[in-house]
Design a protein around this ligand. Structure first.
Ligand SMILES: [Zn+2]
Length: 200
């Protein structure tokens, strides 16, 4: 087997698509070829790096915002696959996209708009930039608040995770069963978008 063939088998191997016969052949090649062995190590480290990014439930549309900035269907799945495989190299390119998009938002000079996403939104009260979970109400899932304050009244609760972006959690955390994530710094927000990107 030549090295080019071995490398293409490595990619199938990492995707879990390699059948028994081919994986025996690949193993034999790796035993005799230090440079392919090294290459496989690097690919595996890239995958491990991606796996160490902490899991976090992310609203689908945040990740979609970034993915949408890529060209149509087929190209984007290639880019996406590549980004998943070589996360360290791709960080720089995502930073550029994210910085350009945040620059665009700031450049428009609008007041930040309150955005509320999640489960059971019809049970929530909104007063100016205050998002209030009224007494006795239980939100069954996650809640994402952008540019606002989250108030949880006594005897109210949230079963899922809470993400606050450029806002404030005024409530007692005791009423939240899931994880709480407050994202205020721009860098934090980029990181948050990155996590969403790798863990759609
Ligand atoms: Zn080789």
């Amino acid at each position: 087997m030549d090295c080019r063939h071995a490398i293409s088998l490595m990619h199938e191997y990492l995707d879990g698509d390699l059948d028994h016969g081919n994986s025996v052949m690949l193993k034999e090649h790796l035993q005799t070829c230090p440079s392919c062995k090294q290459h496989l190590n690097e690919l595996e480290q890239a995958e491990v790096f991606a796996a160490t990014i902490p899991p976090l439930k992310v609203p689908a549309n945040l990740a979609v915002n970034i993915i949408e900035s890529f060209p149509p269907e087929k190209k984007s799945s290639v880019v996406f696959r590549w980004l998943k495989r070589y996360p360290a190299l791709s960080v720089a390119s995502i930073f550029i996209i994210a910085m350009v998009s945040s620059y665009t938002i700031q450049g428009m000079g609008n007041e930040p708009e309150l955005v509320v996403r999640g489960t059971d939104i019809d049970k929530i009260m909104i007063e100016n930039n205050k998002v209030i979970v009224p007494s006795g109400v239980e939100i069954a899932g996650d809640l994402v608040i952008e540019n606002g304050e989250l108030w949880i009244q006594e005897d109210a609760g949230i079963k899922g995770d809470v993400v606050i972006i450029d806002g404030e959690l005024v409530a007692s955390t005791a009423n939240i069963e899931g994880k709480i994530r407050e994202v205020n710094e721009t860098i934090d927000l980029l990181w948050y978008k990155l996590i969403g990107f790798f863990r759609p």
